[in-house]
Design a binder for this molecule. Structure first.
Ligand code: ACO
Length: 150
């Protein structure tokens, strides 16, 4: 299994990006300053993550997604490990990832892969999104930021 960086001239995989972040206008606030890594099977992109540099030492995974038919098969865990390796090789020391306060599966996945809850971006989903977002029957309010030392 291997990923590759998406070339500058290539189309962004919005089908995947929108699985993780519902509004293209929000994605467009970070995606053009991120490096997007894709995972392909038979030349079809089925997973991706977007890494955004916060400082010389810190980097954040702003968006990670796997196509629905391929979810639950270990690809998400593989992508998170791949991101660690790439960030470490680039000299970063700390990785962040953020998700909604009611996103239980994602919160579990990130903690299973070595992240710890670090701080909340209070009212992030209320202040930064054009419409309310509901997941698991609850409105998303705060973004939980998780952190991992590389
Ligand atoms: N139900 C409950 N837990 C599940 C399920 C499921 N159907 N599928 C996966 N998990 C959990 C399990 O805890 C699993 O750990 P385990 O193997 O020890 O049991 C863990 O997730 C890892 O599973 P993977 O198969 O590696 O994950 P997957 O390939 O499905 O990728 C991802 C995870 C990226 C979250 C994917 O499900 C997805 O694209 N979801 C929609 C988009 C999304 O929510 N992206 C994250 C938003 S936050 C952000 O982008 C920074």
């Amino acid at each position: 299994m291997t990923t590759r960086i998406l070339g500058k001239g290539e189309e962004l995989p919005y089908d995947l990006l929108l699985l993780a972040d519902e509004f293209a206008e929000v994605i467009d606030r970070y995606i053009f300053n991120s490096q997007v890594y894709v995972y392909e099977i038979d030349q079809k992109i089925i997973g991706q993550y977007a890494m955004y540099r916060l400082s010389n030492d810190e980097v954040e995974i702003k968006n990670i997604a796997v196509l629905p038919d391929y979810q639950g098969k270990g690809i998400g865990k593989f992508l998170l490990k791949d991101a660690d390796q790439r960030a470490k090789a680039s000299g970063f020391k700390t990785m962040f990832i953020g998700t909604g306060d009611v996103m239980m599966m994602q919160l579990l996945l990130y903690q299973k892969t070595g992240y710890e809850m670090n701080y909340l971006k209070k009212n992030f989903y209320i202040d930064n999104y054009p419409e309310p977002i509901y997941e698991n029957g609850l409105q998303l309010k705060h973004m939980v930021m998780l952190r991992k030392e590389l």
